[in-house]
Design a protein around this ligand. Structure first.
Ligand SMILES: [Zn+2]
Length: 215
């Protein structure tokens, strides 16, 4: 099977997981993956991410033209394409509205506490970026400055977006992001979110910096 077909099938599987985990209610959320330097596959607009078929996934170039497939690509296409243009090593992008992480984005709070070792290493801090209208070029451009240092961002009063060196990694970062939001919320309800004690926290941060440097 060729890479384009494989990626379309993988997008359907990731979409199913997003929907099953309650991170993309109704038709929300969108997913894309890089086929080659100038081509990506991307989810269509107005389709539940839980029930997509590979033939519904569209193939586009980075200029925004649909090359193969029927219907219209997601309205968040500018956000996906600008990420693929800005960093050539990014292979997958996932945008969703996971309810707890989105609550942090609505409350105006970043996910910047170092609470769980795996999350410190594999996700890191998740900043909150100021609101821009969904689907706009302004939203697409506002993410670019964060691509180098971070693996995901919260979109104020909207949701979250993650990226990775493959689509599975981008999706895992979205799962980890929602897990971190849940842990932060529950621990604060229980009396306070306490960070990993020093010097373990600093050691984990150094390990993450080393791993990112190697990317
Ligand atoms: Zn959205």
């Amino acid at each position: 099977m060729d890479r384009e077909t494989l990626l379309k099938e993988e997008i359907c599987e990731i979409g199913r997981r997003l929907w099953l985990r309650g991170m993309s209610s109704a038709n929300s959320g969108n997913i894309s993956a890089r086929v080659s330097d100038n081509e990506v596959v991307i989810t269509p607009t107005l389709v539940s991410k839980g029930f997509m078929k590979p033939e519904q996934i569209l193939t586009m170039n980075l200029e925004g033209e649909v090359l193969r497939g029927e219907g219209y690509p997601t309205t968040e296409t500018p956000m996906h394409l600008s990420i693929f243009k800005a960093r050539k090593d990014i292979q997958g992008v996932v945008h969703a509205h996971p309810p707890v992480a989105t609550s942090f984005a609505v409350a105006g709070k970043a996910l910047n506490l170092h609470l769980i070792p795996e999350a410190v290493i594999f996700l890191g801090e998740v900043p909150l970026i100021p609101f821009q209208p969904p689907g706009s070029q302004e939203l697409a451009e506002s993410i670019i400055p964060y691509l180098e240092e971070y693996d995901a961002v919260l979109l104020e009063n909207h949701g979250a977006i993650s990226w990775g060196s493959d689509l599975t990694q981008a999706y895992h970062r979205m799962e980890t992001l929602e897990f971190c939001a849940e842990i932060t919320l529950y621990s604060q309800i229980l009396g306070g979110a306490r960070e990993i004690p020093s010097p373990a926290k600093e050691n984990l941060l150094a390990l993450r910096a080393m791993m990112k440097h190697k990317q």
